[in-house]
Design a protein around this ligand. Structure first.
Ligand code: ATP
Ligand code: MG
Length: 672
């Protein structure tokens, strides 16, 4: 029988309450998710509800996986059989799969990712409106918002008032028809389609209501309109609903989440019971206090208290670093040092950041110190297509027999070398037992290939030979840059990326890679050593392998993820990097005046930490190739000064100290 004795009285009350819909509203680390997992076990063990009649929904796949594991520990593997623990999107996918024909799809339908969808929208806009892509991001965003608000294309067209809304609505309508024609859905359809299906087909809904007798929702504050509607439909007039959430952790308004859904619950479920939890079991007193003080700067609809009896713990550290490279280096060395000094494992450490692009530098530094890490969400550096492409070129430069690399680059960018040419080249090379690149210059190839194809291949072979020669005899980095220019890789990225912005970002990754080679050469130079192109690329290949290996080794890795992705998780030691104005809070939020949402994100970040919290920022940050001065984040000033150790704060810039001087003067003047 499930043991609820480890829960505090209020948690226990929440776990055992089954007489009506329940809302548990409480701050971070107060055991909301724990209540959900215990309650599932209680429903199965004590209430006799079969596990396949229970569904729990959470926000990320990682959180769903952890939740299922926790339930399995409580009930045993058999007890949890058939239990649904998933994200909203996976739940929706399951419903569409089972109701395929009613939903209007054929079997084998596909789910398109953001980029695929962008491509379709771009085509539609180009064809129907002659648009050249300027409005693309806006339109894709708006379509997503419409879907999250459960607005169909017909409704969108009817209510469109401005020319922009008309453009969005018309594009939406054609786009949706195209998706149907492709037998495909996008991410937002995974919620919208089942919700509309339930709304329009009572008999289907009844069937699903019979299946899901009890529904539990974690991170409720981040549900959007369509998700909320899905919950309401599934629960109907029954009592089987427990939702837990924290309005202070609502961080997805930009994706249509409506924190007001928390207050709507009371209206939609008049018998709703509210339970608040107040003890935080996660963090030390200082960390919790800092989180409470920061979030107090936001207006509050719900009154919540949160305390901890874990002792004060270590002060919160703030580190000012000279630039973004030093910042990552510092974090990497601190992790290594702390682990050596205090023992523990790498997985006790998490590095959090505002945007995925920030992971690049910390990845490089962790690799340099051979620290295994796991990047959640986003793409790891060497896993990016542009890096794979350029790495393949580099591999060929140092090893012309690398056929796998040859195959990757021969048509990237396009050189009109067709598959049958490649096939014949490959057969010929195998027969002669030589590499494919060597085969391109062999006379015998004339017998097997048409002159045009042969000519293209040879030109490619000769060109690569020349670049290789330059790389060995001349400045290697100059040769690599020439190579990237020759193939017009930037142009290629522009043709093959969703937006110019994305192309630029990808090109920056390429420059970053080239920069790394330059740095290795310079460093060796300083030490009086030589670093050839072979050495440098060899090192990069090793890092690439280390990255792959660390992806395989699930167990002991530093966790890298965005602040958004960290929601619901906890780590003994947390680093939050890039604590600068325009980065955290993000520039868009400053411009759009949505600082409160950024502050909630800050609150989420701080409350992930159990024992230590370190916040870092860089005095200078490299952006678009140029290092610009930064200002530290306003959120750092909101922290209680007595509880922090701020390293490097006094090293103020001349302008700053001048301004501070003036401020002091002003306040002195006010005294008189
Ligand atoms: P978040 O808002 O960040 O999602 P949460 O409210 O879901 O947090 P949990 O993750 O459930 O909080 O719990 C935080 C930590 O406290 C976990 O390590 C959990 O095991 C522990 N915990 C929860 N309740 C208790 C309790 N009654 N006694 C001891 N530890 C507890
Ligand atoms: Mg939780």
């Amino acid at each position: 029988m499930v043991d609820l004795s480890q829960l505090n009285p209020r948690q226990r009350e929440a776990a055992k309450y089954i007489d009506g819909p329940l809302l548990v509203l409480a701050g971070a680390g107060s055991g909301k998710t724990s209540v959900i997992t215990r309650k599932i076990a209680y429903l199965i063990d004590a209430c006799g509800i079969k596990s396949h009649h229970i569904a729990a929904v959470t926000f990320t796949n990682k959180a769903a996986k952890e939740m299922k594991e926790r339930v399995m520990q409580l009930t045993g593997r058999g007890g949890a059989r058939g239990l649904t623990v998933s994200t909203f999107h996976n739940l929706g996918l399951g419903i569409i799969r089972q109701e395929l024909s009613t939903a209007g799809y054929k079997s084998g339908f596909s789910i398109l990712d953001q980029d695929d969808c962008k491509g379709i929208i771009r085509d539609v806009m180009h064809r129907e409106h002659g648009d050249d892509g300027d409005m693309l991001d806006m339109v894709q965003n708006e379509i997503s918002n419409l879907k999250n608000d459960l607005i169909t294309p017909e409704q969108a067209i009817n209510k469109a008032a401005s020319p922009q809304e008309v453009l969005v609505a018309q594009t939406y309508s054609v786009y949706q028809r195209m998706l149907k024609a492709y037998n495909a859905v996008d991410f937002d359809d995974l919620i919208m389609v089942p919700t509309i299906l339930f709304r329009d087909n009572p008999e289907v809904l009844t069937r699903w209501q019979k299946k899901i007798r009890y529904l539990l929702v974690d991170e409720y504050q981040d549900t959007n309109t369509s998700q909320y509607e899905l919950v309401k439909l599934l629960v109907g007039h029954r009592n089987g609903l427990t939702v837990v959430g924290d309005d202070d952790q609502s961080i997805y308004a930009w994706r249509g989440a409506r924190p007001e859904n928390l207050s709507l619950l009371k209206k939609d479920f008049p018998s709703l019971k509210l339970i608040k939890l107040e003890q935080n079991y996660r963090s030390t007193g200082l960390i919790l206090n800092a989180a409470n003080i920061v979030i107090d700067n936001n207006p509050h609809e719900f009154e919540k208290k949160l305390w901890s009896d874990q002792g004060y713990g270590d002060p919160i550290k703030i580190l000012k670093c000279k630039n973004d490279e030093v910042e990552s280096e510092r974090i990497a060395t601190e992790i290594v040092e702390r682990r050596l000094r205090y023992g523990g494992t790498y997985r006790d450490f998490a590095v959090l950041y505002r945007g995925n692009h920030q992971s690049r530098m910390i990845e490089m530094k962790l690799q340099a110190y051979q620290v295994p890490y796991k990047l959640s969400g986003g793409q790891s550096f060497f896993g990016r297509n542009e890096i794979k492409d350029i790495m393949a070129y580099l591999r060929l430069l140092i090893n012309p027999t690398d056929d796998a690399a040859f195959l990757r680059v021969v048509n990237t960018p396009r050189r009109e070398i067709g598959p049958s040419t490649i096939e014949k080249l490959s057969e010929y090379a195998a027969m002669r037992n030589i590499s494919m690149i060597a085969a391109t210059t062999e006379m015998g190839l004339e017998q097997v290939l048409m002159p045009k194809a042969l000519d293209r291949l040879r030109r490619f072979g000769h060109w690569l030979e020349r670049i290789t020669r330059n790389a060995y005899t001349d400045d290697p980095v100059a040769a690599i840059k020439e190579m990237i220019d020759d193939i017009d890789y930037e142009g290629y990225l522009h043709q093959n990326s969703g937006t110019p912005h994305q192309a630029e970002r990808r090109m920056k990754n390429v420059y970053f890679l080239v920069d790394q080679i330059q740095k290795m050469i310079d460093k060796a130079d300083e030490l009086g050593d030589e670093c050839t192109i072979e050495d440098a690329v060899g090192k990069l290949i090793l890092r690439d392998m280390l990255e792959q290996q660390s992806e395989e080794d699930e167990n002991d890795q530093v966790q890298l993820m965005t602040l958004h992705a960290s929601k619901g998780l906890e780590f003994p030691h947390v680093y939050i990097m890039g604590m600068e104005e325009e980065l955290m809070p993000h520039r868009n939020s400053i411009e759009a005046d949505t600082i409160e949402e950024e502050r909630r994100l800050m609150y989420v970040g701080i409350t992930r930490a159990k024992r230590t919290l370190t916040l870092t920022y860089a005095g200078k940050r490299r952006q678009y190739g140029e290092a610009t001065d930064t200002t530290h984040s306003r959120f750092l000033d909101e922290l209680p000064p007595d509880d922090i150790e701020w390293e490097g704060k006094s090293e103020t810039s001349p302008e700053e100290s001048k301004k501070r001087g003036q401020d002091t003067l002003d306040s002195l003047m006010n005294l008189f």
